[in-house]
Ligand binder design. Structure first.
Ligand SMILES: NC(=[NH2+])NCCC[C@H](N)C(=O)O
Ligand SMILES: [Mn+2]
Ligand SMILES: [Mn+2]
Length: 308
């Protein structure tokens, strides 16, 4: 029997500074995400898009924060939907939407993993660590906050209560190249494993990735991959509002996805920050689909025919 995956859209853009991520799920569907996975032998269920009710404005002592009520509502809806999707499917995919949605998906997945008696690990592919609290964010863009929230940092009283926090030592970040001072301080004290672009230039992506996967395997963990488009170099992935030069190459990104596929350890995926308004003839959406295909088993050569 083929393994089942679900795709669920979260057209949220209130966590970002500029509009457009709202169209992310439609763009990924247009690029053929569902058919791509079905062609690889997966049984694919499209669960449609989530939505939130209109919200009353919420204020915060940090006046920079915008759209708090909407983002809070999205996180609540997503946490519940992610829990259900993980219960009902072998491999749920969450299509964003800006990265604030990971506060919801990871919260729901952490609750599901706890019910299975397994720890949840997170591989965070991003130019940014998204480690602000509501007190430290200066931009007020809440897509900069999900990791601080789901690791149980204080200062999130206005977000939905978190039922199960993720242990910071179970998080591996790769591709990091833009860190604010408050985030830097939190990285140093939290124990999150962070591989910045300098580290990747020095060792390549495989040694740190394999070491992390060994830790996941040894702990019988579930592994969630949260993939921010800005992990990739802007030359190959222009459709994101927070481009940072010097990102992962096409080949590094595919190698990561193929290695993750070989490991068989990944159990869920966020595809976030795609802003189709900034895309060039759909090339970023197409690349995100192709990278997902590598994660789901697409190969250039069958391993059996490969000679070492
Ligand atoms: N998910 C993202 N693209 N986050 C970018 C965050 C950038 C910056 N650290 C901020 O807080 O505004
Ligand atoms: Mn991000
Ligand atoms: Mn980012």
């Amino acid at each position: 029997m083929s393994r089942s995956c679900s795709i669920l859209g979260a057209p949220i853009q209130t966590g970002a500074s500029q509009p457009g991520c709202l169209m992310g799920p439609a763009s990924l569907r247009t690029a053929g995400l569902g058919k791509t996975l079905a062609d690889l032998g997966w049984s694919v269920r499209d669960l449609g898009d989530l939505s939130i009710a209109p919200q009353q404005a919420m204020s915060h002592t940090n006046a920079a924060i915008h759209d708090l009520a909407e983002t809070r509502a999205w996180i609540e809806v997503l946490a519940s939907a992610a829990f259900d999707a993980a219960r009902d499917h072998d491999f749920p995919i969450f299509m964003g939407g800006d990265h604030s949605m990971a506060a919801g998906t990871v919260a729901g997945l952490a609750r599901h993993a706890a019910g299975q008696g397994r720890p949840l690990f997170i591989l965070w592919l991003d130019a940014h660590p998204d480690l602000h609290t509501l007190a430290t964010t200066e931009s007020g863009n809440l897509h900069g906050t999900p990791v601080a929230y789901f690791t149980g940092e204080p200062g999130f009283e206005t977000y939905p209560p978190l039922s199960h926090a993720v242990d910071p030592r179970n998080i591996c970040m790769m591709g990091i190249r833009s860190v604010d001072p408050a985030e830097h301080e939190l990285i140093l004290r939290s124990g999150i494993e962070v591989h910045d672009m300098r580290a990747i230039d020095e060792t390549g992506v495989l040694p740190p990735l394999r070491a992390f996967l060994e830790r996941v395997r040894a702990a019988n963990g579930m592994l969630h991959l949260s993939f921010d488009v800005d992990f990739l170099d802007p030359d190959i992935a222009p459709a994101v509002g927070t481009t940072v030069p010097g990102g992962a190459t096409f080949r590094e990104a595919h190698l990561i996805m193929e290695t993750l596929c070989d490991s068989g350890l990944v159990t869920s995926l966020d595809l976030v920050e795609l802003n189709p308004f900034l895309d060039e003839r759909g090339r970023t959406a197409k690349l995100m689909c192709d990278l997902t295909a590598s994660l789901f088993g697409r190969r250039v050569l069958d391993r059996m025919t490969r000679s070492y």
